[in-house]
Design a protein around this ligand. Structure first.
Ligand code: CA2
Length: 142
């Protein structure tokens, strides 16, 4: 099984600013945790980060993976196009967030992405990614 992991805009800055909200781990640290977790689950992960909506959509359309784990970053709250791409490929997807978006500003509490996902994990810092990966792998195996 292969899982496409997508990190959206500005997540390349993790660990450098706002550690009180997003933690002190860098994106490279999180990716290593994902690789370790994937190995323990017996799956592979294809990991990408992009600051560009169209690039994220191209990656979704072109993937040969069995499922998608996505932290859409700020596009969570704006992107009908990413939602349509996930819906269009018909793969099971899980949305994940470092922070609890439901406990933050009102504009972060709505997600365009969650209705086309099998689930959302939000608020557990870097562990959100591992929980999301585990849930997604179980869903794909069902
Ligand atoms: O909590 C999350 O994972 C978010 O997807 C992170 C996004 C935010 O727009 C979402 O509402 C929730 C922002 C990622 C930006 O990350 C930064 C990290 C360090 C410094 C600046 C930005």
């Amino acid at each position: 099984m292969k899982i496409l992991v997508l990190h959206g805009p500005n997540l390349n800055l993790l660990g450098q600013r706002e550690p009180e909200i997003y933690g002190s781990m860098t994106l490279a640290d999180i990716n290593q945790k994902l690789l370790n977790k994937a190995e323990s689950l017996g799956v592979t992960v294809d990991i990408h980060q992009s600051n560009h909506e169209g690039e994220l959509i191209d990656l979704i359309q072109q993937t040969d993976a069995d499922g998608i784990l996505i932290n859409p970053g700020g596009y969570t709250h704006t992107s009908v196009a990413i939602r349509d791409a996930i819906s269009g490929v018909g793969l099971p997807a899980v949305e994940c967030h470092l922070s609890n978006i439901h406990a933050r500003e009102p504009f972060r509490q709505h997600s365009y992405i969650s209705p086309v996902c099998v689930g959302q994990v939000s608020g557990f810092g870097w562990r959100s990614y591992l929980l999301a990966l585990e849930g997604l792998v179980h869903r794909v195996n069902e």
